[in-house]
Design a protein around this ligand. Sequence first.
Ligand code: SAM
Length: 190
Amino acid sequence: MKLDGILPFARQLVASALSPGDLAVDATIGNGHDTLFLAKLVGESGIVYGFDIQNEAIANTTKRLLNDNLLERVTLFHKGHEQLRNNIPEDHHGKIKAAIFNLGYLPGGNKSIVTTPVTTISAIEQLLEIMAPEGIIVLVIYHGHEEGALERDILLPFVKQIDQKAAHVLQYQFINQQNSPPFIIAIEKR
Ligand code: SAM
């Protein structure tokens, strides 16, 4: 297939926004795959801020980063992403170039702990305030489970009403696949 799959496209978008020395956010670190990807992109002089509400996610991500000797460039918060503005140092506000949200539950973890639209929307609003112009937020939405479908139904109307003078909003989705495959919303701050 020549078309990018959902996860490769999500990573391509994030990579297009980041250079060595940049600041990035992983809003749902989970098992740390995206955190590690961001840590490599920002290089030695960059910083990744990562958030998750589960101990297991902090432990798994810490282990993954240690394995690659990249923990130093990552600051992990055992807190919800709805608290990101108050936790990212003020002198870094206006400088964040990319953020990723992989929504839903922790793979291999407790499936009843999921992201929720209220906190996701709050975090997006905060990021739109504290990101750099042309900063990109990528949301990967898994709507094949009940809470995911609900999250989709609340998130889509929210992102569609973001003023086009404030941000470009894109949806990337395979529309002929079965079983509700994940899709992407990308938001580029203007
Ligand atoms: N990106 C991860 C990876 O590479 O493994 C997968 C993330 S997983 C699909 C979603 C994660 O969101 C779970 O670990 C869950 O604990 C976390 N989560 C749920 N609510 C959250 C919140 N309010 N703030 C931050 N993380 C949250």
